[in-house]
Design a protein around this ligand. Sequence first.
Ligand code: NCD
Length: 303
Amino acid sequence: MKNIISCEQFSRESLAKLFAHADDIRNNPQKYENSLKNKVVATLFYEPSTRTRLSFEAAILRLGGKNISTENAREASSAIKGESIEDTIRVVQGYCDAIVMRHYDKNSAVDAASVANIPIFNAGAGSGEHPTQALLDMYTIVRHKTCIDGISVAVVGDLLYGRTVHSLVKLLALYKNIKVYGLSCSALSMPQEYVDYLQARGLKYFYCESFHDVPEDVDVIYQTRTQLERFVNAGMEIEEFIIDQSVMNRFSETTLLLHPLPRNAEIAAEVDCDPRALYFEQTHNGMYVRMALLDGVINETGF
Ligand code: NCD
């Protein structure tokens, strides 16, 4: 793979290879400490980020690479002067060996890759996709479940604007006999294109209106934040589905709870001590998955 733009680029085999690579980096960090020696990677962020930017930058440094960064490119780069993404990429690629980019436009990663002669990593494109987040989500699930075929996953919250969900369902679509339960208010339900994507690949999608519509033995609950910053209609009526301990108590001992973070009130702090809550583990896994992606793509060794 030359770029990481969408989860559609992945197959079961490439996922397995990526996750094995992430495990190897985790277990043998010294083996990889010079993997990006003499490489400069730019992190170009037009939207706020804590985890994605810092874990990418930590990954670059831990692989022995160097990093140039603009953390508020929307205001602090030439975008404010009206420069297009394409022109920015044409310029920045002259300074570095790869670009990690987060942008508010859904098509930004595709636009960037269309003019780039170095790898582009999509670190979140508007309300479209966020593939590296979904890859770390999937890696976390794989570390806890022996088999992914046949699992059921409840995606909860903002399924309309939540780009991490959009990418995750595309990865789930690689497996067999998967059931996806979509729990959201009707204003924030999953865009039809993603439901069609799942159904075309033989997955079952169930629209849910409350936690009672989600089976008690569901394998994974993937909670998300309401993406208020993307609301087109500020007065839109929405209902949130909050997970507190009483909600978690309804589910099986083996139900995993994931969230891409940051969270607001949609997961109560009391749930953090529940052994099924994996969101802080996800953030840590993210660094290894991003190390594997950077190493695999920039050094052309992977997947
Ligand atoms: C997510 C994002 O940016 O889409 N955050 C992340 O990268 N972990 C989710 C969110 O902002 O709610």
